[in-house]
Design a protein around this ligand. Structure first.
Ligand SMILES: Nc1nc2c(ncn2[C@@H]2O[C@H](COP(=O)(O)OP(=O)(O)OP(=O)(O)O)[C@@H](O)[C@H]2O)c(=O)[nH]1
Ligand SMILES: [Mg+2]
Length: 377
């Protein structure tokens, strides 16, 4: 058995049940079959004739132990609370007493500057005005409760936020790795998110393969490979700068199937040339991946600090490809938590994960209630 799997199996139980699904991995028997498959490492070639190679088995890396769920959640919640403070800002306006038109404008500005978007801001303004009119006072607890209820409605408690990455079964009874494609504008945190997500999946007991389909810069594949080594998973990449990204994505899926992996995560480049070119590139990546398995999630990564500008660009991705979930990064230190509401409204897709820092464990499933409580704290 390659050394790489020893420590990976040791950390398996750390975050069990994180996304609410069970891993199909039977550690003992699959570790054995994994050995046989990996020994016969593929010389994988896709339709374009380029070859991408799995990397990361040779130098047995030092594994970091993933942080426990409870410690991670406590730490990340505190980070969100310190960035939000929407409640505090609003209550300080309400504390002025009799509200004049200019005070209501301040309330509106505060909501807009949290990136809630116009529609949601109007809805909250309406609810707050009604509350003040009906109750005749500005009791801070009542105001906070109205705000909380409105935000909960807007964030949508019923959306399906689970990651559906259970492997399937091929016709011949072999396990068929689930594939996920990670897309988004450049610099938003795609590669980092792929690394963090791989770490969570490994900790849950999944065998994961990463595909470096960002072939624009060689450094992009190096960055993903560093994550792979850190997390203890193989990375399929091409050493040729400018190689066909679809070819690498194809090889990653192929390698995932050959090694009986559970999940194949494919990182992509974020350059937004033209809408047509983006559509062609992502379309081709999808088509070749789907020759091997199903793409069960297409995760759009969005940087919370870029606000409404970033969202306009993200919309283009949602228009050209079938996005199933959003990873909202850089929520740490951003006062723009309201973007959760506006992005879901604009794209019609739920936020599934949030990034709250650059560290390997700084990612958490998005939990609407604790999120709302944090930003109005
Ligand atoms: N504070 C903070 N920084 C983050 C988070 N996620 C990613 N970053 C940082 O954002 C920067 C860009 O991250 P990448 O993962 O390289 O972004 P990318 O989308 O892959 O970028 P390209 O490949 O160039 O398109 C890095 O410095 C990351 O450490 C987050 O949740 N919080
Ligand atoms: Mg990247």
């Amino acid at each position: 058995m390659p050394e790489v799997w020893g420590p990976a199996v040791a950390v398996v139980v750390a975050i069990a049940g994180w996304f609410g699904y069970k891993s199909s991995r039977d550690t003992a028997s699959e570790a054995d079959s994994g050995e046989a498959q990996l020994a016969a490492s593929p010389s994988s070639e896709s339709d374009s004739g380029q070859t991408a190679q799995p990397q990361g088995l040779q130098d047995a890396p030092e594994f970091e132990q993933p942080e426990s769920v409870s410690s991670r959640m406590t730490r990340l919640r505190a980070r969100l609370a310190s960035s939000g403070a929407l409640g505090k800002a609003l209550l300080s306006v309400f504390a002025r007493g009799d509200l004049k038109a200019s005070d209501w404008e301040d309330i509106e500005d505060t909501l807009l500057s949290a990136d809630l978007g116009l529609e949601a801001t109007d809805q909250i303004m309406e609810a707050l005005r009604t509350e003040v009119k009906v109750s005749g006072n500005n009791d801070s607890e009542r105001i906070r409760e109205v705000l909380r209820q409105e935000l909960l409605k807007l964030v949508d408690l019923n959306a399906d936020r689970e990651l559906h990455l259970e492997p399937g079964e091929a016709e011949d009874g072999q396990k068929q790795a689930a594939a996920a494609l990670v897309v988004g504008v450049n610099g938003v945190g795609k590669t980092t998110s792929v690394g963090k997500l791989a770490r969570i999946l490994v900790a849950e007991g999944n065998q994961v393969v990463l595909g470096a389909a960002d072939t624009f810069r060689a450094a992009a594949a190096d960055q993903l490979q560093t994550w792979g080594e850190r997390v203890g998973v193989e990375v399929v990449r091409s050493d040729k700068e400018g190689a066909d990204p679809a070819s690498v994505a194809f090889d990653a899926v192929k390698h995932g199937l050959e090694t009986q992996a559970d999940v194949v995560l494919v990182d992509t480049a974020g350059r937004l040339h033209t809408k047509g070119a983006l559509m062609d590139e992502l379309g081709k990546i999808r088509r070749v991946m789907e020759r091997g398995t199903q793409i069960k999630e297409t995760l759009l990564v969005l940087d919370a600090t870029t606000g409404q500008n970033g969202m306009a660009q993200a919309k283009v991705f949602a228009e050209v490809t079938n996005v199933t979930g959003i990873i909202l990064t850089k929520l740490d230190g951003s006062a723009k938590g309201g973007i959760v509401v506006s992005v879901q409204k604009a794209l019609g897709v739920p936020v599934k994960l949030v990034g709250l820092g650059e560290g390997a464990d700084d990612m958490a499933p998005f939990d609407p209630e604790s999120f709302v409580d944090s930003i109005i704290a």
